[in-house]
Design a binder for this molecule. Structure first.
Ligand code: SF4
Length: 248
């Protein structure tokens, strides 16, 4: 029944695309790097499909405030959210604020976050970012992209996670490994560099959808459009997708 519903919604979305001229016949993309499939009707159909499949997609990293989300996001590099949540369950009670992390014992912190991988670099980033927050931002996580990017270990992906999820500020689109892969498969970009992919997505996705779109794509990438063998038979975007990675 659910499968049938998915098929129907996929067919509806595909019909919208056909009506608008078809994804393959999309007019000139809105940016030099955007994929062929950026026809507005097709993009709307993709967003609709994502809304139907993941109406309440959100960040899987457990946190109570913006600072905890920042730390969890730094820890999530090359690590699963599940593993990060296991580590932060004991880490956050022990280090309850930026000051506690800023002046932590580095070798102790390294040991505690070791299960998340790259623990030496992550310790440097966490302590460096916390110190800067204490000393230059009065103990509060800054709310602008420019300021966040001055924190050690924070690049656009982390800044977008914090701004979007903790503050509801749509300054950009989170481009992690899932968003990168799915943007390419859904032909929303021709680029492979995360910064360029983000710029392409910012041009084709309406700004009021940036935050939810990132979460939805991440959920879709984890549950259906997985890296090795995407489960296209379960995918409600199947009729809108002409990726070479599609499976039967
Ligand atoms: S049809 Fe397959 S490759 Fe395309 S988005 Fe769906 S799961 Fe991914």
């Amino acid at each position: 029944m659910a499968q049938e519903k998915k098929k129907k919604s996929g067919a509806k979305a595909a019909a919208a695309v056909r009506k608008s001229g078809g994804a393959r016949r999309a007019k000139t993309p809105q940016s030099g790097g955007a994929g062929r499939g950026t026809d507005p009707a097709r993009v709307r159909a993709i967003l609709k499909g994502l809304d139907e499949a993941y109406p309440s997609a959100t960040c899987a990293l457990k946190h109570d405030n913006a600072f905890q989300l920042l730390i969890a996001t730094i820890l999530s590099a090359q690590c699963t959210d599940e593993r990060v949540n296991q580590v932060t369950a004991t880490l956050f009670p022990k280090y309850p604020n930026p000051k506690a992390f800023a002046y932590a014992n580095p070798s102790e912190l390294e040991r505690e976050i070791r299960p998340t991988g790259f623990f030496r670099n992550k310790t440097k980033s966490i302590m460096g970012a916390s110190k800067k927050i204490v000393e230059e931002f009065h103990g509060e996580v800054p709310k602008t992209m420019e300021e966040l990017l001055t924190l050690p270990g924070v690049a656009r992906k982390t800044a977008n996670v914090v701004l979007g999820t903790a503050f509801g500020i749509a300054a950009g689109v989170v481009v992690d490994t899932h968003v990168l892969r799915l943007s390419e498969r859904l032909d929303l970009t021709k680029n492979t560099d995360p910064k360029k992919v983000e710029q392409d997505l910012m041009k084709v996705i309406p700004q009021d959808r940036w935050i939810l779109f990132s979460h939805q794509l991440i959920w879709h990438g984890r549950r259906v459009c997985v890296a090795r063998k995407p489960r296209c038979v379960e995918c409600n975007l199947e009729r809108l997708c002409y990726s070479k990675d599609k499976t039967n």
